[in-house]
Design a protein around this ligand. Structure first.
Ligand code: ZN
Length: 245
């Protein structure tokens, strides 16, 4: 791939109704995430939001998206089932998907996981310490053995997800909980990464290590087109001679 085409999808509702969020993300969280990605080479970054026609995720838009980033929270139910199915099909066909923070409860993540994706949470302005548990994994490139976010929302285990193929990060919170905060999956040909940080009232998406992880995840999730896979009734490759008796 010459360039990886990234679409950052944002719900873009908190920013319009909560002055505290608008102060942190005056142009919307999706634009802050997109700006972080544009700092690095090799990515062509665009955005889409819930209130655009077809949530900004038309067939044409998805066809030219190599990796989709998803941030949603309070309006998960307003995402149409038709668009969710369209995104799911693109993932199965090889599009990468990066689900951020409260996206754990999005329709698209739940349908791809097949579980409730429920968890514990608390808003108490506490420190999050994120540990790299798979050093050498491409999503952890350039990250020391841990980094800290001074104030974040707490997410705690149990996180009701299927066993990840790889857990890249585990978070610790000041209140004592831990959380699998960087989880890799494959569904069909598509690579999926869940990354925990990013509560809307905190400037998390300006944090250098958070930006680095998201950019790394984009590069990990992007894959060149691969050959079609055949399913179904299949002719034998050589003549099958029935054995006697
Ligand atoms: Zn949150």
């Amino acid at each position: 791939m010459d360039t990886i085409r990234v679409t950052v999808w944002g719900e873009y509702r908190h920013e319009k109704s909560n002055p505290k969020v608008a102060e942190v993300y005056p142009d919307g969280m999706h634009n802050a995430i997109a700006a972080g990605l544009r700092e690095g080479p090799g990515l062509t970054v665009t955005t889409a939001t819930l209130d655009e026609p077809e949530h900004g995720l038309t067939e044409a838009k998805l066809a030219e998206t190599d990796v989709l980033i998803w941030w949603g929270h309070r309006a998960h139910d307003e995402v149409s089932d038709e668009i969710v199915e369209r995104v799911r099909q693109r993932v199965l066909d090889g599009m990468g998907l990066i689900v951020l923070h409260s996206g754990h409860f999005s329709k698209i993540f739940k349908v791809l996981m097949g579980s409730t994706c429920n968890l514990k949470w608390r808003e108490a302005d506490e420190r999050e310490r994120i540990w790299v548990v798979e050093p050498g994994h491409p999503i952890a490139a350039g990250i020391d053995d841990h980094f800290e976010i001074e104030r974040e929302e707490m997410y705690g285990e149990r996180f009701d997800i299927p066993q990840p193929e790889t857990v890249v990060f585990i978070s610790w919170f000041q209140g004592g909980e831990v959380f699998r905060s960087g989880c890799c999956y494959t569904r069909g040909k598509g690579r999926i990464f869940y990354f925990r940080p990013g509560h809307e009232t905190y400037p998390t998406y300006y944090h250098p290590q958070v930006k680095r992880v998201i950019a790394n995840a984009v590069r990990w999730a992007a894959q060149p087109p691969s050959p079609a896979v055949f399913f179904g009734n299949y002719k034998p490759l050589e003549t099958i001679v029935p054995s006697n008796g």
